[in-house]
Design a binder for this molecule. Structure first.
Ligand SMILES: [Zn+2]
Ligand SMILES: [Zn+2]
Length: 226
């Protein structure tokens, strides 16, 4: 049983704490493993510096905690491409694909249209999700379904079943995201029943938020459904 948080943002992207502050806090709270995961784009300039810093922390804290480097990139289109330089992000321990927008045939749906055109939003999301599941550069799906949930769109059970049945053989990990409460219980159990590995991520952007998001989880709780 390990206490793991695979999704903590640092000051390399839009988090407030430095990687070192995050690692020191995580050690004080008995985490076994954390992944410092920052937002990237195709032209992110600080990637090498990020990987070097995480590498150094990994060595310095070996024995107390396992430290991983993650990158979170948005899904760009129906072909499941992500907004990252694949050659450079391959140094990451975990590459996250995130739906920060919903692709359409060209470009992205406007945020206000997601709630207005629920059927189209679901179809576009599902089409892109299927493609992401066969993108070999992607390790893990970040906060699955949160873009729909935020616009009040429920994912029908048959779509959850279909995604779970594709996710199993794909080998992709799904994040159980503490901040957004996704996937919901029904979706999680479908994923688990298809053999999908689930890892917990807080998506915290500060130490205070990290503390808050984990406040319901006792120090000896397992964080995965593996
Ligand atoms: Zn995200
Ligand atoms: Zn995030």
């Amino acid at each position: 049983m390990t206490r793991t948080d695979i999704h903590i943002h640092s000051s390399f992207s839009d988090g407030l704490a430095t990687p070192r502050q995050i690692v020191e806090f995580a050690v004080s709270r008995q985490f076994d493993r954390i992944c410092i995961t920052d937002h990237v784009r195709i032209d992110t300039a600080w990637l090498d510096e990020f990987f070097e810093e995480i590498e150094a922390l990994k060595e310095e804290f070996a024995g107390s905690i396992e430290v991983l480097a993650g990158v979170e990139a948005k899904v760009l289109d129906f072909s499941g491409r992500i907004d990252a330089d694949l050659g450079r992000v391959s140094r990451a321990d975990l590459v996250f694909a995130a739906f920060h927008r919903i692709p359409r045939a060209k470009g992205f749906m406007a945020r206000r249209d997601i709630g207005r055109n629920k059927a189209e939003a679901l179809e576009n999301w599902f089409t892109s999700m299927k493609a992401v599941l066969s993108n070999p550069a992607v390790d893990i799906i970040a906060h699955p379904g949160n873009i729909l949930k935020m616009s009040g769109v429920r994912i029908p059970t048959y779509l959850k079943e279909e995604i779970a049945s594709l996710a199993g053989p794909s080998g992709k990990v799904f994040e159980h995201n503490l901040k957004y409460g996704v996937p919901d219980g029904g979706f999680l159990s479908l994923l688990v029943s298809e053999g999908v590995q689930i890892l917990l991520g807080s998506d915290a952007h500060s130490i205070a938020e990290l503390d808050e998001l984990w406040s319901d989880w006792p120090a000896n709780a397992s964080s995965g459904h593996m």
